[in-house]
Structures are given as C-alpha cells and as structure tokens.
Design a protein around this ligand. Structure first.
Ligand code: SAM
Length: 786
C-alpha cells in the first residue's frame, strides 16, 4: 500500500497516539474505499438518527476529510489581540492563494464560537508543505500552539465548556479531563479577569481528574500552558470520586470547621466508543460494532450519577460524548435522571444560536448482539424473549432501553451534532441542573437518601490497576448536602500530615475512619504507580520564601501563606508553588494519597542551578519563572521592574547569554547596577522598523556577573521572534536556517505577551526543523480531545 494512501487513526476517547504503535503490527490502516460498515448503517438507520432522505448526506459527510480547527486560547485580552492578528494579517495573506491552478479558501471563523475566537480551514497537508503562504501560517500555528496561545481542538469538542458557563468564583470539576483541551477552556473561564500581562487569582477552583495515570501527566503538561493557582489535578476513578473536605467559616466560638466540597459546575466528558470521530479516526470504520457502546453504558451512568452527588443545588452538569450512539447518550441521561429526581435537562436552545443541532432522541433500540439485532422495543420484551433466555450473560440492563415514561425526561433538550450540519465531527451534549433544595418534595429527598442502593450493578470499568486500587472510603458516602462539621481536634500541622501521608503511600493497606461511619478497611490509595511527593505549605517566615519576596519586592498583598513545596522534607529546596485559598484548603483537609493528588497550584519560583547561583552569604538563589511571572506580577513593586525597548529585546532574543556590556544605554547602566539574580523587564508598545509591539510585555531575566539571559523556553522565544521580527532570529532558529530546515519566516506581525513557560536553566537546546513542525501539528491532532 502506498504510504500516501494510508491514513492512521486513534479511537476516540482511548487516547492512543499513532506513535505508540509499531507500523508492522498495526491493523488500523484503511483505504478510502473501506469507509463503509454495514453494521453501522443497519444500527443507526434502525435508530432513525436522521430522516430517511438525509441518510446519504449524513453518511457521505462521515467519509470526508475533517477540517483543521483551532481556538485562540489564553486569557480574553491576549486571545482577542492574537485573533485580530489572524484576521488582519494572516487571513488577508492567505486570501487568493492559488495552488496548482486552484484557489484555496483562507481560514474562516467558526460562526457559533463566542467572539469569533475559533477558526477552521480545510487544506490538504501537501498545500501546508508547499504553498509558501500556508507554510508560514502553519509555522505560526505550531509555535503559538507550543506556547499555549492557540489550542488545536476539534470544533465540537469546544462545545461542552461553553455550555457549562463557568465564572471565576465557581468551584468546577472536570471528571474525565485528559488530555485536557476542555480543561484549558474551563481554566480560561476561571481566569476571565486576567489582563494582558498579569494573571488573576480566581477565588474559584478547578479539579481536573482522570483515572489514567499517564494521561493525568499529559493533562498536567497541557494545563501548564495556562498556569493557574486555582488548579488541582487528581487521578481517580470518577465513578467513585470521594467527597472532599474544605474549610468552612469558623464556628461561633472560633472553632475551625470543615464542610464538604460540592461543585457549582461539573463536566462529564466521559469515555465513549467515539464513533463521532470517524472522520479523523478512520479505523473505527473497520471495527465499529454496537457492543462497544453497550459495554460503556454502565460506567457512563455511574460517572454521571457520581457527578450528581458532587454537585451543589442549582449547580450545572454538562454531559458529553463523541459518540452517536443513544445507548451512550440519551440512555445514560434517563438512567441517571431516574435515580436523581432533583435533576432536570435544561433547555439551552437559545445558547450559541448559530450552532446547528438536532434534538436528542426519545426512542432507540439497543442491539442485543454484534450482528445488529434491534428487535426488542422494550427491556420487558427483551427479557421475555427466547434470545434473553438463550443468552443470560448479555449484561444488558433496563437502562439500555428508553423508559416507559421517556417523555418526562425532556430528552429533546439534549443536543446531537452531526457531521453534515456544519462540517464537523459527531457529538452529543446535554446540560443538566440540580433543583434548589426547597423544590424537592419529601419523596424525592427519600429517594435521594437511598442513592447508593439504587446504583445499577453494572460491569466494572476496565481501568488501570492503580485506579482500581484507589477506592476512597468517602466514595461510599450517600449524602451530598453541605454539612458543617466541627473538627474533632484543631487542624494538625500540615507538614506533619504530609509526612504521615507519605508513609501511608508506601503501605499496602490502611485502616481509616470514614466520617461518621466508624472504622472501615480501605485499600491503599497510594498503591500502583502513585508516587507523588507530599504537598507542604511553607511558613510565611521561611527564609527562602522571604528571600524571593525581597528579591522582587513583592508587596504585602502577596499570599505568602499559600506557597507550597513538593518534596519529602517539606523544605524550599527547588520549586515553590502558589495556590489560591480553595486549593490550599483542598490540600490541607484531604489526604493527598487518598485523593491521588497529582498537582496543586502553579510553580512560581525555582532554584537557579549552577554558575553564580548563590547570593552573598551563600544562600541559594531562586528566580521567578516565566510561567509564574504573570501570577506574581500584580504583587511586584513597579519600581523594581526595569523598562527596556525593542532593540534590547532583540538582543535578548538573538543570543542565549548576551554580555551586559553589549547593550546600549540607558538599559546597559541599569542592568550593570542590578545585583546578580532574577529581575523583571517590561517592554512598552513600540514600533521599530517593521517590528511592531502593540502591547506591553513583561518578561523575566537572569543576571549573572557579566551576562543576561531571557528566561524563556526556546519555542516561546521562537514564537515571540516570529511574531515580532518576522523571522526566527533565535540561536535555535538560525541554526535551523543554516541547515536549510528553518521554520518558515512570517511577515512581521504585532507581538503578543509571550509565555515564558519553561525552565531555561535545565533546558536542552533542540533545533526545530521543518519536519518537526508538521509532526508537531500531527501530535496535537493525535492528542487533541474529542
Ligand atoms: C473523552 S476522553 C476525555 C477528553 C477530555 N475531556 C478533553 O477534552 O481533553 C475520556 C477520558 O476519560 C478517562 N477515563 C476513563 N475511565 C474513567 C474513569 N472511570 N474515571 C475517570 N476518567 C476516566 C480516559 O482516561 C480519558 O482520558
């Protein structure tokens, strides 16, 4: 088979990268002519997914190449600025591109996405490689993706966070979050108040969870693109997620109290069979069969039911899948709504009016076997059948079928997105809300209380071993009401707790007391591969912390009691993280191994390794990180910030360690007068020849005895260089150009605040080659969530 004819796939929701597989053993290579599946046709025609006369259009759309889509990410102000650049600079440059005699349409804004911040274009890879204009645009996208200003994400995958309507004060949970494209959107909503240069500290919280340990780390990596003190990452099975504790207001006698952490917003973007992604994951054509959806139904119901228990009254849940199968969608909703009568589906037909959608189905027939047997209209019919008699182990439950009173669930309020409606993948979204407590009648409350008995006995999810081992005792709590509980004893020293936690993490079993339920045996939460270090909050008088505060002249508003470290000793030895109050509360009141806490807050300071890394007196030197700077900037004394011009920035971008003496005045004298260590430089808007800096940018530098270093990750530096100077003038970029493999240069475009998001001190310089750019794009396709 010719390579050009082969297209690879990943199955939706499985997260398997094409690079994970050895070509010789792959069965996922498919010819265009293989895009046909009789079982798929028979099954979905039996469901009346679309009107009969629309079937061919729908089926044909599934076989078409999926357009490339991306979202301009980051905080609102930065995003709007980059969006203007795309509109005013890139789109005009891409209009009227003729390739092999054909006019290629430029990228266009996705009409339903708020503020026109999402784009789509449908250009074959060949054009991206060969058309100079598209090649430039492609480089721009790759670099901006690297630094987090652009998110490559399927259009339909952008929907669930929009329907969740997150605000900065909300407590938000993303139950199945990896690899994290929706988590990024949720974080952006929490950070809606960020400015161009400074990150706000939202009062809300985002708990991003995934049961897959490796994917949790991918999630942490992705979320680092929008560093947030409000983020917590956990690694648990969402269907048994424990109710965590947080601080409650102090009691009347000043006693410390805790309360259950219930969420305002929960996203359930559950694992699914993924057949809505067939346009991209072509192997689904070959392997599709209805039992995949049947098998996932139970886990999906349990995850949604668990979310319902973790939600506040009047809170909102968005349930979504990239599956077309009603068994994974409407059937899950009815099963969960049935056991939680205080929930209802919300009519969101007036939201995103430009989005073309179809109402959720009110009737469907599961297939009872692989060969599409949809003969049974109701569960009762099925149970009474010879088939059920002959096949007692089918594991099909009542919940797989529509209930008799299906009308009462308002299923048409849920949304189906089909590929032919607006040239996207297939998707399902439903918005559920919990009634205010006073609206619940006594009967409903009673049913609510018996929640745990009502949980359907469904097949155990196929999870990683360690996720199965993590069965927190509080997962069995049935009560989701907010309870203020008096602490039996004052809050213990967190450092002591952390050490105890670590000891627990290494044991194989532990006895813990579930609140109000006496002693109970619990499997070790820290089993399997959970080997995280404890989280310890530093004393505000910690000498290293005080040194960092002093070095940057942080004002007294800096939340110095919210700085934590991650090492067994609980000392400030390497990195310092900043958490907001809610994240601190989560860390302090929950055993970190039991909730398998994988990340909390964001890194702001790091020890400078090597060279002149010790200050006078032999103290280790710490520096502010690029990713941490926007978070601490609001607290930095403005008089300590050095002001510099574009010519200075150009020198800093061009070389790794320019000598202080190589700069021009007045910057040179200012830099000479500064002590060795971490400093912050602001570059005000300026025009210098063809380079235009439209917004102020603020960046961290490190001063050694004789030289300065711009503390930016190499890719962020290249992206900044391309934006500002129209070319990659960094050392890496010049090396690449010398090998005739440099990333394509773009025309000088207005600069955006750069995200300096890595640890330059320990960084290996790698030359970015043109082939890497295409691969990088491919990687983001592979990792992109659907
Ligand atoms: C559809 S993907 C989520 C995509 C993600 N929301 C995004 O936008 O990037 C489903 C995720 O659920 C995770 N998962 C599977 N079973 C789970 C469970 N029982 N609890 C939590 N996560 C689970 C998978 O590891 C996978 O990452």
């Amino acid at each position: 088979m010719a390579k050009s004819k082969r297209r690879a796939f990943k199955k939706g929701g499985s997260g398997q990268s094409r690079k994970d597989k050895d070509d010789s053993t792959r069965t996922d290579i498919i010819e265009k002519s293989d895009m046909d599946n009789e079982r798929f046709k028979a099954y979905y025609q039996a469901q009346n997914l679309v009107p009969e006369d629309e079937w061919e259009i729908f089926y044909d759309a599934l076989k078409q190449h999926l357009p490339t889509t991306f979202r301009v990410a980051g905080s609102r102000q930065v995003a709007n600025s980059l969006n203007r650049m795309i509109k005013d600079v890139h789109v005009p440059a891409l209009s009227k591109v003729i390739f092999e005699g054909q006019e290629i349409p430029p990228p266009a804004q996705i009409p339903w996405y708020p503020d026109g911040l999402a784009w789509h274009f449908n250009v074959p890879k060949k054009i991206l490689r060969k058309s100079p204009e598209f090649k430039k645009f492609h480089s721009f996208l790759v670099f901006e993706t690297e630094v987090g200003n652009v998110s490559r994400q399927e259009a339909v995958s952008m929907l669930p966070p929009l329907f969740l309507e997150v605000e900065p004060h909300h407590k938000v949970m993303d139950m199945c979050a990896a690899p994290g494209s929706k988590t990024a959107q949720l974080l952006e909503a929490l950070h809606a108040q960020d400015s161009v240069t400074a990150t706000s500290i939202p009062s809300g919280l985002l708990v991003a969870n995934d049961s897959d340990h490796k994917r949790t780390h991918l999630l942490i990596h992705q979320s680092a693109r929008l560093p947030s003190p409000a983020l917590v990452v956990t690694n648990l099975d969402a269907s048994i997620y424990p109710i965590m504790k947080i601080d409650a207001p102090v009691g009347p006698n000043g006693e410390k109290r805790t309360q259950q952490l219930l969420f305002d917003r929960i996203l359930c973007d559950v694992p699914c069979s993924g057949d809505g992604t067939m346009r991209k994951n072509l192997g689904i054509w070959k392997n599709w069969q209805p039992m995949d959806g049947n098998g996932l139904h139970g886990l999906q119901v349990r995850i949604l039911q668990r979310a319902m228990k973790l939600l506040k009254p009047e809170g909102r849940i968005v349930y979504s899948t990239c599956s077309l199968n009603p068994v994974e969608n409407e059937a899950v909703l009815t099963a969960a709504l049935k056991s939680n009568p205080d929930f209802y589906l919300v009519d969101v037909s007036s939201m995103l009016p430009a989005l073309k959608r179809r109402p959720g189905l009110s009737s469907w027939r599961p297939s009872v076997d692989r060969s599409i047997n949809t003969a049974y209209a109701t569960y009762e019919e099925f149970q009474a059948s010879q088939f059920a008699n002959d096949n007692p182990n089918t594991k099909l439950t009542e919940g797989h079928w529509p209930p008799k009173d299906v009308e009462r669930y308002d299923l048409p309020r849920s949304m189906r997105i089909y590929p032919h409606l607006q040239d996207t993948g297939g998707f399902f979204v439903a918005v559920l809300e919990r009634r205010a407590q006073t609206d619940m009648n006594a009967n409903e409350k009673k049913r609510e209380a018996s929640y745990s008995e009502e949980l359907p006995e469904t097949k155990k999810p196929r999870l990683e071993k360690e996720a199965n081992e993590a069965e927190p005792s509080t997962a069995l709590e049935t009560d989701a009401d907010i309870e203020i509980e008096a602490e039996a004893s004052p809050v213990k020293d967190v450092a002591v707790d952390a050490k105890e936690d670590e000891a627990e993490a290494t044991s194989t079993s532990a006895s813990v007391a579930a609140p109000g339920k006496g002693k109970k045996k619990e499997k070790a939460s820290g089993g399997g591969t959970f080997k995280e270090h404890p989280y310890t909050f530093l004393s505000p008088t910690d000498p290293i912390l005080l040194h960092c505060i002093e070095r940057l002249s942080l004002n007294s508003d800096f939340p110095s009691s919210n700085v934590l470290v991650r090492n067994p000793e609980g000392d400030a030895v390497r990195s310092l993280y900043l958490a907001n109050d809610l994240v601190k509360s989560v860390v302090e009141h929950n055993n970190y191994t039991r909730i398998r806490l994988s990340a909390a807050g964001t890194k702001v300071f790091s020890k400078q390794e090597g060279g002149k890394a010790t200050a006078v007196g032999g103290e280790p030197q710490f520096r502010v990180l690029g990713e941490g700077l926007p978070v601490i900037l609001p607290f930095v004394d403005p008089t300590t910030i050095i002001t510099a011009d574009l010519a200075t920035l150009k020198v800093l971008v061009q070389s790794y360690y320019p000598l202080v003496s190589s700069f021009v005045e007045p910057f040179k004298s200012v830099a000479e007068a500064r002590p060795v260590g971490s400093h912050v430089v602001r570059f005000p808007p300026e025009v210098m020849g063809s380079a235009v800096l439209t917004h102020e940018i603020v960046l961290p530098i490190w001063k050694s005895n004789v030289s300065l270093t711009l503390m930016m990750d190499k890719k962020a530096k290249s992206a900044l260089s391309l934006r500002l100077f129209g070319d990659d003038i960094t050392t890496a970029g010049r090396d690449a150009a010398q090998k005739h493999t440099a990333p394509a240069s773009g025309s000088a475009t207005p600069a955006l605040p750069a995200k300096a998001n890595d640890d330059v001190g320990s960084e290996m310089m790698v030359v970015v080659q043109e082939s890497d750019l295409l691969d990088a794009m491919d990687d983001s396709e592979v990792n992109e969530a659907v």
